[in-house]
Design a binder for this molecule. Structure first.
Ligand code: SAH
Ligand code: SF4
Length: 362
């Protein structure tokens, strides 16, 4: 992984670094709290850290958070999209969605990227169409949430990021170790203290990693991008299905539910005349029957000059409603996912790998 990055280190690792620098160990907790709890982005803010230590750490270049290259605010809802420049010049997109409740507590969700691009090549997804470059480090994953937290507290010091979803760019289970460590750091009570149950990992269905994740026994939410209930169709939409067909995937899911005691969310983007018929709904209900699962129906989002180019369109409202009714009638719990930030290409599947110079934000 090369570079040491304070944003991706736990207290023990920071302690070891301080030992090597012959600095007092108790500073590790202070540094950790500045970075994670207060979302600091410079040593200068860390008032209880001596200037000499600040200078020493700064000279080692162990704390150089990604920079915000662009910010886009949705005019439709409380969604903000950030383009971040990483230390090697690559860029990733991060989205914050806020649900401001009248009767319920505000919820602020950050949708994080786990890779620069994605190698899975799902045909309806902008990230998949833009190819894969590399995994993000743990620090780069954390940096996205910490940046969102910092931006949020600028507006109101009371507000806190409450949820994190690994639904940005990339396939989180192909960056397994870094994602897992990021989850633990997000959950750290001395840091952001985000509950495990408020963290969602979404995968296109990597069977061996689902078995591995089951062994971690974390109460996180696992979401599976299913999108089709039959292999012939899923093979076309998500090429990974050729390696891990539906039967194999469902066995892994069954095992995951049994060993963690947690239910699984299945994501299903409704595509007009492709996967939205009564027959598909029945098939879907069939493969999910008896499983502790729920279905999240997503309206297919446009992926400019890609999805339109492939001729994929979202299902009509009435078709989508009929699909939902059919699932419910078959005893499957299902809901529509609220659409957020579609005017700024911040909705599911719209994030892509791009250069800052492409100025698609303007
Ligand atoms: N790689 C992971 C997580 C990122 S994608 C995964 O595939 O699960 C987050 C969700 O958005 C996935 O369910 C994905 O299938 C869905 N998605 C991708 N492109 C979409 C589009 N154009 N419209 C709606 N949902 C899309
Ligand atoms: Fe990758 Fe997920 Fe997009 Fe598929 S849907 S290409 S796995 S980011």
């Amino acid at each position: 992984m090369g570079k040491i990055d304070l944003q991706g280190m736990d207290i023990e690792e920071i302690t070891n670094l301080l030992k090597q620098l012959q600095e007092p160990e108790y500073r590790a907790r202070q540094l950790f709290q500045w970075i994670h709890q207060k979302a600091a982005i410079s040593f200068a803010e860390m008032t209880n850290i001596p200037k000499s230590l600040q200078a020493k750490l700064a000279s080692l270049r162990v704390f150089e958070p990604p920079k915000i290259a662009k910010i886009r605010q949705s005019q439709l809802d409380d969604t903000v999209k950030y383009l971040l420049t990483l230390s090697d010049g690559n860029t990733v997109e991060t989205v914050r969605m806020s649900y401001l409740g009248k009767d319920i507590k505000d919820r602020h969700t950050v949708c994080v990227s786990s890779q620069v691009g994605c190698a899975m090549g799902c045909v309806f997804c902008a990230t998949g169409l833009s190819g894969w470059r590399r995994n993000l480090t743990t620090g780069e994953i954390l940096a996205q949430v910490l940046m969102a937290q910092r931006e949020l507290q600028k507006a109101s010091s009371e507000e806190k990021i409450t949820n994190v979803v690994f639904m940005g760019m990339g396939e989180p289970l192909l960056n397994y170790e870094n994602v897992l460590k990021a989850i633990h750091l997000l959950n750290n009570p001395l840091g952001l203290n985000i509950g495990m149950r408020k963290i969602t990992v979404s995968t296109c269905g990597l069977v061996p990693q689902i078995y591995k994740l089951a062994e971690e026994k974390l109460p996180i939410v696992l979401a599976i991008s299913l999108h089709a209930p039959i292999d012939m169709l899923r093979n076309k939409l998500l090429p990974i299905n050729k390696k891990y067909p539906i039967k194999m995937l469902m066995e892994a899911c069954r095992h995951y539910i049994q060993s963690t005691g947690r239910r699984i969310t299945f994501e299903y983007a409704l595509i007009a005349d492709v996967n939205d018929s009564i027959h598909h709904a029945e098939k879907l209900a069939n493969i999910l029957s008896g499983l502790n699962a729920n279905v999240n129906l997503i309206p297919l989002n446009n992926v400019e000059d890609n999805v339109e180019g492939t001729g994929l369109r979202r299902s009509s409202k009435s078709k989508a409603q009929a699909f939902l009714n059919n699932l419910k009638r078959a005893g499957i719990e299902a809901t529509f996912r609220e659409e957020k930030g579609s005017d700024i290409e911040a909705a599911c599947g719209q994030l892509r790998r791009r250069g800052v110079e492409e100025d698609v934000f303007s």
